[in-house]
Design a protein around this ligand. Structure first.
Ligand code: DLL
Length: 442
C-alpha cells in the first residue's frame, strides 16, 4: 500500500500542536504530576531521595532528574500502593496478567476513562476509522485492557461496535458476515487464525466484508502485515499500548505509515539504553520509558516498558506532531540470548516470512542440552507446499536456515511441521518455549 491510501483525518486538534508548544505543555503537566504523586509512598520516598520538587521542573528534559518506575515496583506495592486518588474516585480497574500468577492492577477515574476513549479514538481515526464503520472487537473483555479500551474508543468515534470478544472463531465469522463488520480489532496473530478458519469453512477470507483492521497488543512485523493484508484484503494499522500506562491508545499509525504517533501531550516518551538507563542517540533503538502526564488514578513516572523501539520526532506528512515510535522489535524479557547473540522472536518471524511456502505460524524452542545453547524453530509449511518428498522439504529447510542466519546471525535447527499442527491463540501468541528457564540455567 502506498502512503495515504485512505484519507488523512485527525480526531483531535491537540494532535497537531507545534512541538515548541508541546514541550511547554509537557513541562507544565510534569510539574503538576510531580505535585500530584507527592503523597504516593513510593514516589514520596523516591522524589525525596532524588531531591526534586515540582518547581525544579523547567522543561521536559528535566524528566531525567526523576526516578524510574519498574514493573517490580508495582509488584512490591501490590495491589494498589500506587493509587494517587481516594479509593472512592476509582471508576474502574484493569490488570495485566502476570507470570507470577497475580496481575498488576491499574485504576482509572471517570476522567481517566474519558481520556482513554479519546486517545483510542485518535489512533482509530488515524488508521481509517469513520463513523459509518461497523467494528468487530475480537479482544478479550475483562481485566485485559484491549476489549474495553477499544470498545469505548470506537463508540467515541461514533462507529458501531460488535463486541464479539476473543475466541470462538466460527462465531466470529458468522457475526462478521451477518452484521457486515468492515473493521476488525484484535491481535495480528488472531487475524491469521480467523483467515485460516474461514478457509477451512470454504470461505475465501478475501470475500469477508472487512476493509480495515487495527491490530496491536503483541509484537509483529511489516512482513506479517503484508501477509495479513493479502490474506484478508484489508488495510491493517498498528497500535501500541500497555496496561500500566493506560492500555491501548499510547500510540498508533497514521496513513503515512512511518511509525506510530505517540500522544505526547499525555505521555512523555523516552528511549534509554536498557542497561545504563542513559538516553540513546535520537533514532537509535532502546527501551521505551513513559511518564503519564495527565492520568489521575494511577500516574506513573518514567515507567520502564521493556519494549525495544526507536523514536523519531521529524515532521510527518499527516500533520500530527507527536513523535513516532518504530514498530516494537520485542520485549527485553522475550529477547533470547543464544550463544551470546541477542535474538528477538520478531527477527525469526521476519526471516520466515521471506521464504515462500512457509506459513506465518512458528514456535521457537531453546535448550541447553550440554554446554551450548540450541535453538529449534518449528515452522508450519503451507498446505500447497507440503510434500512427502524429502528433497523438496530439504530445499525449503535450507532456505529458512539461510534466512534465519542472515537476519539473526545464529544457526537454528529448522523443523518443518505439517499445516495447522502448531497451537493457535486467540489473543497474544506464544512464540517461545525456553527450556533453559525451566532448568534454572538462565
Ligand atoms: O496489550 C494493551 C493493548 C491492547 C495494546 C490492545 C494494543 C491493543 P498489556 O497486556 O499490558 O497491554 O501488554 C503490553 O504488549 O508492553 C508490548 O510488549 C506489547 N504490545 C502492545 N502493543 C504492541 C504493538 C496491551 N503494537 C505489552 N506492537 C507491551 C508490539 C505490543 N508489541
Amino acid at each position: 500500500m502506498s502512503a495515504f491510501a485512505f484519507e488523512n483525518r485527525i480526531w483531535d486538534e491537540a494532535e497537531t500542536t507545534p512541538r515548541d508548544r508541546l514541550g511547554k505543555l509537557q513541562a507544565r503537566r510534569l510539574r503538576e504530576l510531580v505535585a500530584r504523586v507527592a503523597e504516593v509512598p513510593f514516589y514520596k520516598e523516591a522524589l525525596a531521595r532524588a531531591k526534586v520538587k515540582p518547581g525544579d521542573i523547567k522543561g521536559p528534559d528535566d524528566i531525567r532528574r526523576l526516578p524510574f518506575t519498574a514493573k517490580e515496583d508495582l509488584r512490591q506495592h501490590y495491589p494498589l500502593g500506587f493509587l494517587a486518588v481516594p479509593r472512592s474516585q476509582v471508576a474502574r480497574f484493569h490488570g495485566s496478567s502476570g507470570t507470577t500468577g497475580k496481575p498488576t492492577f491499574v485504576a482509572y477515574t471517570a476522567d481517566d476513562l474519558e481520556l482513554w476513549a479519546n486517545l483510542c479514538a485518535r489512533f482509530l481515526v488515524a488508521g481509517g476509522l469513520r463513523p459509518e464503520h461497523t467494528v468487530q472487537i475480537a479482544f478479550g473483555y475483562g481485566l485485559f485492557t484491549g476489549g474495553f479500551g477499544l470498545h469505548y474508543g470506537v463508540e467515541k468515534v461514533g462507529a458501531s461496535v460488535v463486541p464479539a470478544a476473543a475466541g470462538n472463531t466460527p462465531r466470529q465469522l458468522m457475526l462478521m458476515q451477518d452484521l457486515q463488520a468492515d473493521v476488525l480489532v484484535c491481535t495480528p496473530s488472531y487475524a491469521l487464525n480467523i483467515a485460516e478458519v474461514a478457509r477451512q469453512q470454504g470461505i475465501d477470507p478475501r470475500t469477508l466484508p472487512l476493509k480495515f483492521a487495527h491490530f496491536g497488543a503483541e509484537p509483529w512485523t511489516e512482513d506479517m502485515r503484508k501477509q495479513i493484508e493479502a490474506e484478508l484484503d484489508l488495510i491493517a494499522s498498528n497500535n501500541y499500548g500497555l496496561s500500566e500506562v493506560i492500555g491501548p491508545g499510547v500510540s498508533g499509525e497514521c496513513a503515512a505509515r512511518n511509525g506510530m504517533h505517540i500522544s505526547e501531550d499525555h505521555f512523555l516518551a523516552e528511549c534509554v539504553h536498557p542497561d545504563t538507563l542513559e538516553p540513546v542517540a535520537r533514532g537509535e533503538q532502546g527501551e521505551l520509558v513513559f511518564t503519564t502526564l495527565t492520568k489521575q488514578a494511577m500516574p506513573l513516572i518514567r515507567y520502564r516498558t521493556r519494549d525495544i523501539a526507536s523514536l523519531d520526532s521529524s515532521p510527518c506528512p499527516c500533520g500530527r506532531t507527536g513523535a513516532r515510535m518504530s514498530w516494537v522489535l520485542g520485549r527485553t524479557d522475550d529477547m533470547l540470548i543464544i550463544r551470546g547473540v541477542n535474538v528477538f522472536p520478531s527477527q525469526i518471524e521476519e526471516a520466515l516470512l521471506r521464504v515462500e511456502g512457509t506459513a506465518p505460524h512458528y514456535l521457537i524452542e531453546v535448550d541447553r542440552p550440554g554446554a551450548m545453547d540450541e535453538v529449534t524453530v518449528h515452522v508450519e509449511v503451507r498446505p500447497e507446499s507440503f510434500s512427502d518428498k524429502m528433497s523438496q522439504m530439504q530445499v525449503l529447510r535450507d532456505r529458512i536456515d539461510r534466512e534465519i542466519q542472515a537476519v539473526t546471525g545464529i544457526r537454528a535447527n529448522v523443523q518443518l511441521v505439517e499445516p495447522q499442527s502448531l497451537e493457535r491463540s486467540v489473543g497474544k501468541a506464544k512464540r517461545v518455549v525456553d527450556h533453559r528457564r525451566e532448568k534454572g540455567l538462565i
